[in-house]
Design a binder for this molecule. Structure first.
Ligand code: SF4
Length: 364
């Protein structure tokens, strides 16, 4: 896929001496660098600009689950925001005050906060991921952030890192001593959805090739079919991607696969129609869920999940597969059990880490 090299880097003065800015200088020799006291919010989106700020908020956040649906208990390491891949369904389009790509320069503070949290509860497993507010690896060729995070997590006995991406930018991961504590994860979709709704991301073939190469480097893998989108022929489209996935990588290297049907805040519908006129996703029929988000009718979601779970079980009956933000009824219909019967979703994922990655045991 095409690499996205920012042309202009605006740096807050407090972050000028940071290791991140040094990497950007090294890897973006053609970019212009500008130093300002404070970067103010703007409503003008400029895909050529990268902002580096001295972040004053919390770097670790809980996964934005709600009490109405089963949540994975995952924590997000927040290292930046926005993403120029511009997928039609991306929630980040609704963050109108901060439309530009932004990274946090104070990585020392980020690692300091992380170390404090991990030290508080040494007997529990911490599943931590990036890639909620931006793609985990999109800027990695310039930031080399993976070269900081992967060795850091290799030294933490009670934590694993999941890097989630739609790119094939895995070059920096080669040769790192990861000690089996990092999962490299790809968001996958049918090829039809990939072309229409995420045209600037890597192709499915590129993602799977990168996954295979990471598996060869000893990394564990994960895959997220999210958002699953309804369209005529969806079954054959998703079946094809699953077949390609299991042909490309050994299922035993996959720690989990998540499934999540399209859901979005109502305000995003108008944004999708304006910014992505060729997208079809906003024209489906939706209901409003208990979390206020629009989602497909229950029967459509249940059919998606049953179909996918069945195909995954054919490849590996023991592979941990879970639903993102769904209730007991849908779980029972798709899997034949609810997460509570297995100790809760969080515990199911902790068990997958213990069994597949051979890390632990921990207090569950
Ligand atoms: S890759 Fe992820 S973060 Fe980037 S635009 Fe697509 S959905 Fe948003």
């Amino acid at each position: 896929m095409k690499i996205h090299a920012p042309k202009r880097v605006i740096v807050e003065s407090a972050a000028v001496e940071s290791a991140l800015v040094a990497s950007l200088h090294k890897n973006l020799p053609d970019a212009s660098f500008e130093i300002v006291d404070k970067i103010s919010d703007t409503r003008h989106r400029n895909p050529e600009i990268l902002e580096v700020v001295d972040f004053r908020g919390k770097f670790l956040k809980s996964c934005p689950g709600t009490r109405h649906y089963h949540c994975c208990g995952y924590r997000i390491l927040h290292f930046g925001a926005q993403c120029p891949l511009d997928c039609s369904y991306c929630i980040l389009q609704a963050y109108l005050n901060q439309p530009n790509l932004r990274l946090f320069g104070n990585l020392d503070a980020m690692l300091g906060e992380l170390s404090e949290v991990l030290a508080q509860n040494r007997r529990s497993l911490h599943r931590i991921g990036t890639g909620e507010f931006t793609d985990s690896l999109l800027l990695d060729p310039f930031t080399e952030l993976s070269r900081l995070l992967v060795p850091y997590f290799a030294r933490t006995p009670n934590a694993i890192l999941e890097l989630k991406t739609k790119t094939n930018f895995v070059e920096n991961l080669r040769g790192l001593g990861h000690q089996g504590h990092t999962i490299i994860a790809w968001s996958l979709n049918s090829e039809e959805v990939r072309k229409r709704e995420e045209p600037f991301a890597a192709t499915i073939a590129e993602r799977l090739k990168a996954a295979r190469s990471c598996s060869g480097e000893g990394y564990f893998l994960a895959f997220h079919f999210d958002p699953i989108i309804d369209y005529p022929g969806w079954k054959s489209g998703y079946a094809r991607t699953l077949d390609r996935l299991f042909a490309a990588v050994d299922p035993a290297r996959i720690v989990w696969i998540s499934l999540g049907a399209l859901r979005f805040m109502p305000a995003l519908k108008a944004i999708i129609r304006t910014r992505h006129p060729s997208s079809r996703i906003a024209y489906g029929e939706f209901i409003r869920g208990l979390d206020g988000k629009m989602r497909y009718f229950r029967d459509i979601r249940a059919e998606f999940y049953s179909f996918m779970v069945d195909r995954i079980r054919q490849a590996d009956p023991c592979l941990c597969t879970y639903l993102c933000m769904e209730d007991d009824d849908i779980w029972k219909e798709s899997f034949g059990f609810s997460p509570e019967e297995r100790g809760g979703l969080s515990q199911m994922l902790d068990c997958a880490v213990e069994k597949r990655m051979n890390i632990g045991p921990f207090d569950l």
